[in-house]
Design a protein around this ligand. Structure first.
Ligand SMILES: Nc1nc2c(ncn2[C@@H]2O[C@H](COP(=O)(O)OP(=O)(O)OP(=O)(O)O)[C@@H](O)[C@H]2O)c(=O)[nH]1
Ligand SMILES: [Mg+2]
Length: 236
């Protein structure tokens, strides 16, 4: 499990405690993205391996570091779990099971497939619907929660994303990139929670600004030629 963390010392104890209790068989990597709080110390005390980035590189680089780690140490699958407590640990097993049962390369936990849980501000929901519409036009794939970071990745997708994970708006851009390169994405319902400690980085008018920028990024991602040939291991 890869946990990107930027100043999440307050949230990590609860999350890491739950992950260790529920999944003692899995390794947990916390990628400390240049935090100025005690993220590293707290993560280590709670049994995680920690990779520290030299400065704050952003969520894309933090997650890509997790993929590089998983590739280097030969893991079969990766689940990304955010450090802020929004992603319910009990659903990690569902994501991993769905990788196999649904013959998927990537399973996205969607908060919009079923009612309930924290569904974000209405402005962000409008943005997510818009991006979902755009992605559907560009890739012919229906994704209801394209900004969800709660995902499971099979080894081939991990190796691909270790090289090509988008930096700016990694989740929606990543969806386009993966579909365009022949990976099979599916969504499963997940009930998400409110952020437990700290404040969201995308609030109010910043949401609108974010949506304009991410729309452009998704369009650019869709225009790029696929970088993976089907001979690289695409399953039928
Ligand atoms: N915002 C932000 N988060 C980072 C960064 N690097 C790593 N992260 C981690 O990435 C995860 C997702 O960040 P959030 O700010 O929660 O993003 P989000 O879930 O889309 O937004 P909210 O719904 O408002 O929580 C968290 O675990 C952060 O600690 C960074 O540079 N900025
Ligand atoms: Mg969050």
């Amino acid at each position: 499990m890869v946990v990107p963390a930027w100043n999440e010392a307050g949230s990590l104890p609860g999350l890491l405690g739950a992950l260790r209790t529920q999944y003692p068989q899995y390794d947990v990597l916390v990628v400390n993205d240049g935090s100025t709080d005690a993220t590293t110390e707290v993560a280590r005390v709670h049994g995680a391996t920690v990779v520290e980035l030299a400065c704050n590189l952003g969520i894309g680089s933090a997650v890509q570091t997790g993929f590089l780690y998983a590739q280097r140490y030969g893991y079969d699958a990766v689940v990304r779990v955010d450090a802020d407590g929004q992603h319910p640990p009990e659903a990690v097993a569902d994501l991993l099971r769905s990788l196999d049962e649904m013959h998927a390369d990537v399973v996205i936990g969607s908060r919009f497939l079923e009612a309930g849980g924290f569904r974000s501000s209405w402005l962000r929901r409008v943005g997510i619907s818009w991006l979902g519409f755009l992605i559907r036009i560009l890739t012919h794939q229906r994704i209801t929660d394209c900004t969800s970071g709660f995902c499971a990745y099979r080894r081939e997708a991990v190796e691909f994303l270790a090289q090509h994970y988008p930096q700016d708006y990694p989740e929606p851009e990543g969806v386009v990139l993966l579909v365009r390169n022949g990976f099979r994405l599916v969504e499963v319902p997940v009930v998400m929670r409110r952020r437990q400690v700290g404040r969201s980085s995308i609030r109010g008018l910043r949401t609108v600004y974010y949506m304009i920028k991410v729309t452009l990024a998704v369009l650019v991602a869709a225009m790029r030629s696929p970088v993976r040939s089907l001979a690289d291991g695409h399953r039928t």
